[in-house]
Design a protein around this ligand. Structure first.
Ligand SMILES: [Zn+2]
Length: 49
């Protein structure tokens, strides 16, 4: 079974700060509030390809 790894990119500066393992059952686009070290703030991070 293939486990998909996706990067979470900051929606403000666009840097890919996190790698997460995405479960195949979750099809919706991930959006998580995480700390961005480049922005120095908690920003919205979105899944990227
Ligand atoms: Zn950022």
């Amino acid at each position: 079974m293939a486990v998909k790894k996706v990067a979470l990119a900051c929606s403000v500066c666009g840097s890919r700060n996190y790698m997460v393992v995405k479960k195949p059952t979750r099809v919706e686009r991930l959006e998580v509030k995480k700390f961005c070290k480049y922005c120095g703030n908690h920003t919205l991070h979105r899944e990227t390809m």
